[in-house]
Design a protein around this ligand. Sequence first.
Ligand SMILES: Cc1cc2nc3c(=O)[nH]c(=O)nc-3n(C[C@H](O)[C@H](O)[C@H](O)COP(=O)(O)OP(=O)(O)OC[C@H]3O[C@@H](n4cnc5c(N)ncnc54)[C@H](O)[C@@H]3O)c2cc1C
Length: 134
Amino acid sequence: MSASLPARVEVVVIGGGIVGCSIAYHLAKLGISDVVLLERRSLTCGTTWHAAGLVGQLRATRNLTELAKYTADLLRELEAETGQATGYRQNGSIGVALNAERFEEMKRGASMARSFGLEVEVLSPREVMDRYPP
Ligand SMILES: Cc1cc2nc3c(=O)[nH]c(=O)nc-3n(C[C@H](O)[C@H](O)[C@H](O)COP(=O)(O)OP(=O)(O)OC[C@H]3O[C@@H](n4cnc5c(N)ncnc54)[C@H](O)[C@@H]3O)c2cc1C
């Protein structure tokens, strides 16, 4: 972090939340390193500070799912690439349907996820208990 600002830069990114930081990172990765990121308070102090850190991969469209998959892959590799610990752990998740309608909706979601190339299983209550004992 720097207190003095250059007089000219190629790109100015305003806002040091996850989106601004990600833009600066990806620009640098593309070879555009003449970048200044301006944050009015401190890095990640905005909405990003509140995030639980969950990285869900199934999204409403194929493109959004591809983007979320890219994020999951990136987070897995970021520590090795940058030396910065991210604390990222990929555990997967279990969604529970409390009624038949929700179960139907989740099964449709599972089949969409499979067609997007995500690893998804439909579990019985017994299988859920085996994986996540009470
Ligand atoms: C309680 C909660 C939990 C969440 N959990 C998750 C989760 O588990 N997984 C998930 O994917 N998403 C989660 N989200 C959503 C996620 O946090 C946001 O989508 C994300 O942080 C938005 O990032 P951002 O960079 O767009 O915005 P911000 O993090 O708000 O960043 C904007 C930055 O811009 C700065 N700024 C604003 N104006 C200026 C200016 N004029 N000059 C300089 N700087 C400026 C602000 O200070 C701020 O730091 C959660 C959100 C909340 C509220």
